[in-house]
Design a protein around this ligand. Structure first.
Ligand code: GAR
Length: 205
């Protein structure tokens, strides 16, 4: 099994979905560690309850030194033997250092159909734009926020009367479905992303 590290900042429901998927004997990944940039992230406790090592590496411990914070995260991932990293609601921008350190091996889930609505408040912006379809995207992380080769997407309808909360909930169900699927496909080489660096992963037997 490929060892996967997960970075979170809050609730961690996507992390939970990955942990649940990885519990299956035939899933090609195991979750090696969960890290959060916020000590108060509820997801840390959720991970521990599932028996996954989880710890906070708070950005504020490093003051304005973003490089030192990312170096600590990078070191923790490597100490845990991670081969891949999944960002799951990790709400800090990454510098080229961490992105470069995991090039082709770092995934992110974003709550919109990229390239529509990169950034924050995606559900409110989708409602304001009047789109009829919204959804979520799993992609490889590159230096540009919410860009990078797309690995999986799922669309949901925007329904009359939708609020930000109702739309977010509809999208979240799909996030939990496609994130484990995209991770599996990437590891198993069933999906050949536009980025050839991803091909360093081994096909599953
Ligand atoms: C998810 O909807 C995820 O797509 C989004 O934050 C939420 C985290 O929820 N990520 C981003 O907006 C990244 N820019 P979770 O902690 O329950 O997985």
């Amino acid at each position: 099994k490929s060892r996967v590290g997960i970075l979170i900042s809050g609730r961690g429901s996507n992390m939970e979905a990955l942990v649940a998927a990885a519990a299956a004997a035939d899933f090609p990944a195991e979750i090696a560690i969960v890290l959060s940039n916020r000590a108060a992230a509820p997801g840390l406790e959720t991970a521990r309850r599932a028996g996954i090592p989880a710890r906070a590496i708070p950005a504020r411990d490093f003051g304005v030194d973003r490089a030192a914070h990312e170096a600590a995260i990078d070191a923790a991932l490597r100490e845990a033997g991670c081969e891949l990293v999944c960002l799951a609601g990790y709400m800090r921008l990454l510098t080229p250092f961490l992105v470069g350190s995991w090039a082709g091996r770092m995934l992110n889930i974003h709550p919109s159909l990229l390239p529509a609505f990169p950034g924050l408040d995606t559900h409110a912006r989708a409602l304001a734009a009047g789109v009829r379809l919204h959804g979520c995207t799993v992609h490889l992380v590159t230096e540009v926020m919410d860009e990078g080769p797309i690995l999986a997407q799922a669309a949901v309808p925007v329904l009359p009367g939708d609020t930000e909360a109702s739309l977010a909930a509809r999208v979240l169900v799909q996030e939990h479905r496609i994130y484990p699927q995209a991770l599996r496909n990437l590891i198993c080489g069933e999906q050949v992303p536009a980025d050839p660096r991803a091909s360093l992963l081994n096909p599953c037997v």
